[in-house]
Design a protein around this ligand. Structure first.
Ligand code: HEC
Length: 92
């Protein structure tokens, strides 16, 4: 048996948890068209997603809606969301 090798890292984002958290994001970002003010976030780089969410949380980026949303996220929520959106396809 090799179960001992299957250690989970608390740092790596949990994609399934990210998918769960992402329903709130999809309300805006899932509906984003190429000509709208809401940027596409599906398929962005994981590190970029995490950096941007932390910047909104720190109010280092200026969008009030994103500041409020990111303000409620813990580090592992951000890691999970970044892991999910990096691999997720935009809903049609
Ligand atoms: C109320 C609508 C709304 C919701 C809900 C929302 N966002 Fe946003 N988001 C925006 C808007 C608008 C921008 C663009 C802000 C700007 O251009 O200043 C943005 C920008 C971003 C960016 C920056 C993209 C880039 O390339 O710079 C990321 C990442 C992001 N949102 C992630 C999320 C995540 C993850 C969630 C869910 C936890 C979420 N958003 C929920 C409206 C929303």
């Amino acid at each position: 048996m090799i179960f001992g090798l299957m250690a989970f890292s608390a740092q790596a984002g949990d994609v399934e948890y990210g998918r769960h958290l992402s329903s709130e994001c999809a309300a805006c970002h899932g509906a984003a068209k190429s000509d709208s003010a809401i940027p596409n976030i599906y398929g962005l780089g994981e590190a970029h997603l995490a950096d941007v969410l932390k910047a909104y949380r720190a109010k280092a980026l200026p969008n009030e809606a994103m500041q409020n949303i990111a303000g409620r996220l813990r580090d592992d929520d951000i890691a999970a969301l970044a892991a999910y959106f990096a691999t997720a396809k935009k809903p049609k």
